[in-house]
Design a protein around this ligand. Sequence first.
Ligand SMILES: NC(=O)C1=CN([C@@H]2O[C@H](COP(=O)(O)OP(=O)(O)OC[C@H]3O[C@@H](n4cnc5c(N)ncnc54)[C@H](OP(=O)(O)O)[C@@H]3O)[C@@H](O)[C@H]2O)C=CC1
Ligand SMILES: O=C1OC[C@@H](O)[C@H](O)[C@H]1O
Length: 404
Amino acid sequence: MSWIVEALLNVHNWWHGVAKIKAATQTSNNPLRFGVLGAAEINYVALFDPISTNPGVTVNAIAARSLSKAQAQIDKYQLEDVRAYGSYDGLLDDPDIDAVYIPLPNGLHCEWAIKAMEAGKHVLIEKPIASNAEQARRIREVSEATVKVALEAFHWRFHPAAHQVKDIVDSGKYGNVTSLYAQFYVSSGFLKDNDIRFQYGLAGGACMDLTYVFSGTTYFACDDIKTSKFKVLAAAPRLAAMDKKVDAAMEATFEVEQAGKPISTCKVSADIARPKLFGLIPKLWEGTPFLSIELEKARIDFPAFVGSWLNHTITITEKNNDGSLGSIKHTEQCYTGGPQWGEGKGERWWTSYRYQLEAFVEMVEARDTGKEYAGPDVGLNESVRIMELIDAVYQKADLPIRDT
Ligand SMILES: NC(=O)C1=CN([C@@H]2O[C@H](COP(=O)(O)OP(=O)(O)OC[C@H]3O[C@@H](n4cnc5c(N)ncnc54)[C@H](OP(=O)(O)O)[C@@H]3O)[C@@H](O)[C@H]2O)C=CC1
Ligand SMILES: O=C1OC[C@@H](O)[C@H](O)[C@H]1O
């Protein structure tokens, strides 16, 4: 699946001439040294590409369950001065690694994040942060106890476009949020039947894999996710053919209740095996993630909210007094700076993963020097709340909470 994002990234980098920028990037004297657990498909997009334009970071080691697989990934991407390990423990024992990226199956995130922090490493953990809320809380506890950064890799949350939409919503100009809708579909046939996403034992499922629909709706619905209450009203899964504990698709509705605000209603729709048209044609036109926010006085459409770095348009349609959509529309785009990064930060060609890496490095610097990090963040309280919401959706759907 990640090959599609990698292909889009290659076109994006070619279009913006990023190869030249990579060639001119000089590593600093004291970079943050990353190790990677798992020769996962997503590694290039989420880490190797962003590192190659960030002078403050290097990738120093890759561990896989077999040494040859780790070496094969190093060779594939022609990574220089990168050690291969044939076990994850071996990499964690390496004193020359400061931070660990964890792109393992969801069911292994908690175990290895905790082991890495206890081995003295900061951790960037792929989404979803863990199998369930209880595990997410354990990660939070260990992060506090070891004073190590643990960040869930919700890359879209670090792109200025997301901050721009949040700023418009929070400005109050268009009134309170009344409802939200988020959708993310992967066509049937794109993932193999034995993909990690279809395995209950590895904490698979549509809610788990397409976590973005929960992170997207709650980010814009909540003033403070820590104190907001969620009530799941409905959860309708379509079960995977291979494993009836796995949701190949989920449609869920939940309410968000917060002090001083009217209740808002969120609808999410996630599908990792979207049925083909007439059983033959992949519905590629449904492949773009979508998020829409209804406010009292306007509707904001933010298509491609997960891939806003490629291209996006934020459309605000003002409402008439009777609540119907009016004829006044504004469109906006935001690729650099924005309300959370501040003017001058970033480049048009920075991906959401590049922004995420920038934030992670700043978080680690702040943590290591005892300073407060004030930039864009996801925060472990938010990660815990999202896992609580996913657990509640599974319960409502009469499916077991992922427990590996
Ligand atoms: N941020 C984003 O845009 C994306 C994030 N992701 C997330 O990244 C993670 C990995 O996804 P993806 O790269 O697509 O997955 P892959 O299947 O390519 O990679 C998973 C890795 O997990 C390792 N692994 C360890 N134990 C097992 C096991 N029992 N079964 C299978 N694999 C195992 C394998 O490592 P080894 O090399 O040691 O054999 C493999 O390289 C997931 O959490 C997913 O949600 C995925 C895609 C996009
Ligand atoms: O961005 C993504 O796109 C498709 C998914 O299967 C993947 O895991 C996700 O992170």
